[in-house]
Write a protein that binds this ligand. Structure first.
Ligand code: SAM
Length: 229
């Protein structure tokens, strides 16, 4: 069995363990993905728009879910000073690290929120020009797949908040997670594929900290860019 058929086989096996109590996404090929709804998502309904300062309300908006140590967001915010950047990460050490990198630059076009992305009200997300989602936690163990953020209603809401002509960019080292993200995106029928490739260590400098980690181990990172119809 090659690594692609192994990933498909894992998804097929998962169908046998579906529980009624969890959120389910039905895919275009009739398979279903189960998602365990966290308490935070049930109890909080934060308004992401509130994080945008008045002077940036009409600027293009880029959102990164899980910026981690923040090197990508810091580079990009310094490059595109006419755009506003929101980073959302649930870990305080990562938020601090991103804040430090952004804070060292003479720019104010950003905010980093220490929050779980599932805590935002899916019905009041601002229109997004570019959505970034790199190396999300893959929850690789079979019994933990139900915690993958991309299966959540909020992940779908963030993707649906991308404006017409806007982009959704993602990458992961985990082939199984990559394939299910592609399946979900195909199911939504709102994006066209711009590019999709496997990046290996010899191709170019790493874009994010974790991409660098995988490149050092000479592992592949799977990348895709979609444009909103
Ligand atoms: C593996 S790291 C990748 C970080 C960065 N994107 C990179 O490529 O270096 C995943 C990051 O996503 C954050 N994260 C995971 N699930 C999240 C969620 N539901 N909401 C917000 N942040 C999340 C983690 O705290 C962590 O910083």
């Amino acid at each position: 069995m090659n690594r692609y058929s192994e990933a498909f086989e894992e998804l097929r096996r998962e169908q046998e363990g579906l529980k009624a109590s969890q959120h389910r996404s039905r895919l275009w090929n009739d398979l279903e993905l189960q998602y365990h709804i966290p308490t935070r998502s049930q109890t909080l309904s934060l308004d992401l728009k509130q994080s945008i300062p008045n002077e940036f309300l009409s600027s293009p908006l880029e959102v990164e879910i899980g910026p981690g140590k923040g090197e990508f967001m810091a580079r990009r915010a310094a490059r595109f000073t006419d755009r506003f950047f929101i980073g959302i990460d649930r870990r305080s050490d990562r938020v601090k690290s991103t804040q430090n990198k952004l804070g060292r630059q003479a720019i104010d076009n950003w905010v980093i929120l220490r929050e779980d992305a599932c805590s935002f009200d899916p019905n009041s997300l601002p229109p997004i020009d570019v959505l970034h989602f790199y190396q999300p936690d893959p929850w690789p163990k079979f019994r933990h797949h139900k915690h993958r953020f991309f299966r959540s209603p909020e992940a779908s809401a963030f993707a649906h908040a991308v404006k017409r002509g806007g982009e959704f960019r993602l990458s992961t080292d985990h082939l199984g997670y990559f394939l299910e993200m592609l399946d979900l995106i195909k199911t939504w029928e709102i994006f066209d594929l711009v590019t999709l490739y496997e990046k290996n260590w010899a191709m170019s400098e790493p874009m994010t900290h974790f991409e660098g980690f995988f490149m050092k181990k000479k592992e592949t990172v799977f990348k895709a860019i979609f444009r909103r119809r």
